[in-house]
Design a protein around this ligand. Structure first.
Ligand SMILES: Cc1ncc(COP(=O)(O)O)c(C=O)c1O
Length: 360
């Protein structure tokens, strides 16, 4: 890549229509995001060389807390580490964990790192979760369920309400959501999967990243002050890992500010998703009716998706071809992942759909 990532991106010297990755609002290339990073770099340097923080880090905490409606936010080195921070903080509040078997690598590594018993349940399946809970949770034990809120390669939405229903049989059970792809994207106010499912007042906890929709970098664990205190006491990550870099913090704060000031960007994203999905449905693809900007095409026997990807690339349109099991949640068949941004023009979306029609 030799330009900022966006709806038009320069790759290997060629400007392309870019439908890959996770910059759902094109904020990574937004002039105000770049200027904020540059100004903070000039003022404070690249980093603090410790876990110390600058005003740019404080601004991230203040702006993301306000955006997400939480008392506070703990800002950590990466989104990958955010589930680890959350699970370490809750380590004294549960006995055994249950995870969707297609959870992100960061979730699965976090489970391993905690050293507690962990059981995998079938992807997106509350009945299988109930089955494993009944088998494994002994009297007096507290379960914790963990899942991605929105799955990164297929865009599937986890059935959080159904999981909470299952968990009502277990007092003090916890639900934790890695909402890396839900935050800023779904929910009426962009507060992510919990808002989307209307379960913000339930005992669900969540974490996420500023490296995708928000246009910056670094992980976040939002919540109340009690959770933040547990993180300080029980998680080694904020203590042992350097703070996110200063330009990353400043860029993130600017990205959050822009999204807060411009709710119409969210509507534009959803409109673009609707347009893309309508066009692809007309070609015969069966797509869930959700606002998630990740569209996953699954090949039938007559559709060679690698060929489709190559045909599109020849027309300077980039989508992502994934082999079977190519990512944490990829199914065991090949897929084409198409990422829709709010900054794609209707013409770009129509050109994409027309190119796919010609290629299949
Ligand atoms: C579901 C999920 N969680 C966490 C991450 C990691 O976030 P980051 O790249 O900001 O470390 C990703 C990134 O791809 C992801 O898809």
């Amino acid at each position: 890549m030799s330009s900022p990532v966006g709806a038009r991106t320069t790759i290997d010297g060629r400007e392309v229509d870019y439908f890959r990755g996770t910059s759902y609002y094109g904020l990574h290339g937004h002039p105000e995001v770049i200027a904020a990073a540059r100004d903070a770099l000039t003022a404070y340097g690249v980093g603090t060389a410790t876990a110390a923080r600058t005003p740019a880090h404080a601004e991230v905490v203040e702006r993301t807390s306000r955006f997400l409606g939480t008392e506070t936010v703990t800002y950590v080195a990466s989104g990958y580490l955010a589930p680890l921070v959350l699970l370490q903080a809750l380590s004294q509040d549960y006995d055994v964990a249950f995870a969707d078997d297609a959870s992100h690598y960061g979730v699965l590594d976090a489970l391993r790192a905690t050293g507690k018993d962990a059981v995998l349940f079938r992807h997106l399946d509350p009945d299988d979760l109930a089955h494993h809970l009944a088998l494994r949770v002994r009297s007096g034990e507290k379960p914790l369920v963990v899942t991605d809120g929105v799955f990164p390669s297929t865009g599937a939405i986890a059935p959080l309400s159904a999981y909470l229903d299952v968990l009502r049989r277990h007092p003090e059970a916890l639900l934790c959501v890695d909402d890396a792809h839900g935050l800023a994207v779904i929910g009426a106010n962009g507060r992510g999967s919990l808002e989307y499912h209307d379960v913000e007042r339930d005992s669900a906890r969540f974490c996420g990243t500023l490296s995708k929709a928000f246009g910056g970098a670094g992980g976040i664990v939002p919540g109340d002050r009690d959770l933040a205190a547990k993180i300080q006491r029980l998680s080694r990550v904020p203590l042992g890992a350097s703070s996110p870099s200063v330009p990353a913090a400043a860029a993130s704060a600017a990205g959050v500010r822009i999204l807060a000031e411009h709710p119409e960007m969210r509507q534009q994203l959803w409109d673009n998703v609707r347009r893309a999905k309508a066009g692809l449905r007309a070609l015969g693809f069966d797509l869930a009716d959700t606002p998630v900007p990740i569209v996953s095409l699954w090949g039938g026997p007559s559709v060679d998706l690698l060929h489709v990807q190559e045909m599109l690339e020849g027309q300077d349109i980039l989508v992502h071809h994934s082999p079977p099991r190519g990512y944490s949640d990829s199914p065991d068949v090949e897929t084409l992942r198409i990422a829709i941004f709010s900054t794609h023009t209707p013409e770009q979306i129509d050109r994409l759909v027309a190119a796919i029609r010609r290629a299949i």
